[in-house]
Design a protein around this ligand. Structure first.
Ligand SMILES: Cc1cc2nc3c(=O)[nH]c(=O)nc-3n(C[C@H](O)[C@H](O)[C@H](O)COP(=O)(O)O)c2cc1C
Length: 245
């Protein structure tokens, strides 16, 4: 493995920060690294809202289920999928207005996620610790109102960055053989792969140095995903100008 690969495989989300600030130039370089990601049809369909106003941060933290690291992080960025510029460019070049196609929602969302992951890696390479905040989708209108987001823009997730005060152990991922299929999808292998991973994660959770617990992967993960249906999301995204057809 080279140094970049080692860095990638040492990722863990950091939710506890020293109070130290991040140099402005470093932050700009991290954002430029995000922008260097590949982009579907080169639409670059994202905007980053840097939230320095602590009142706004508190509001968003509360709407995200009380995630205090949103307030404590040196920087809190809201990563938005943004078709506003593409909509303008489309009309400017005679292609007409965007019409809220599902494909355009996917393109903008994937662009935003790729940009975000590039930023996270760049930040981690500087020694910073980070965590994404999907919790803003608990009540995304709070973020829309606080940040005055226009139509064709939706807050996909937040991004906390800071100098780590505490790090968790790296969580073991599923083995490559579980996620890599050869030519066709290996449906029969799914149950044994999940069972094996449950054992691995039970061992990890039971023996980790902080927050040790008795748990496998299946139970907490599915409790989390089934508990986060966020049924408001379809109507919310449609009101933002996405997923209309
Ligand atoms: C899109 C996205 C949203 C996330 N939202 C939250 C969040 O709201 N709060 C949080 O503490 N962690 C959040 N996480 C972090 C995950 O919980 C974390 O990545 C996962 O448990 C794996 O742990 P690791 O990143 O430490 O390896 C999010 C991760 C992603 C990719």
């Amino acid at each position: 493995m080279n140094e970049v690969m080692k860095l990638m495989q040492s990722h863990n989300s950091v939710r506890s920060y020293t109070g130290e600030s991040i140099d402005e130039t470093m932050l700009e370089e991290i954002i430029a690294c995000g922008q260097a990601a590949a982009s579907s049809s080169f639409i670059q369909a994202y905007s980053i809202i840097r939230v320095t106003d602590q009142d706004k941060r508190r509001l968003i933290a509360e709407a995200s289920g009380g995630q205090s690291w949103i307030i404590d992080a040196a920087e809190f960025l809201v990563l938005c999928a943004d078709m506003q510029r593409v909509n303008y460019a489309s009309q400017k070049s005679g292609q007409g207005e965007l019409q809220g196609y599902t494909e355009h929602f996917l393109a903008a969302t994937v662009d935003t996620a790729l940009m975000a992951q590039n930023m996270m890696l760049a930040a981690e390479s500087c020694g910073l610790g980070c965590v994404f905040i999907g919790g803003i989708r608990n009540d995304p209108q709070v973020t829309v109102d606080a940040l005055q987001l226009p139509e064709h823009v939706y807050p996909a997730f937040g991004f906390c960055l800071g100098w780590p005060a505490q790090r968790n152990a790296v969580k073991p991922r599923m083995p490559v053989s579980s996620v890599l299929h050869q030519n066709t999808y290996d449906l029969e292998a799914v149950s044994s792969q999940v069972d094996e991973y449950d054992s691995l994660m039970a061992e990890y959770y039971g023996s980790r140095y902080s927050n040790a617990k008795s748990s496998d992967w299946s139970a907490p993960t599915t409790r989390a995903i089934q508990g986060k249906r966020r049924e408001h999301m379809l109507a919310f995204l449609q009101a933002r100008g996405f997923l209309k057809r």
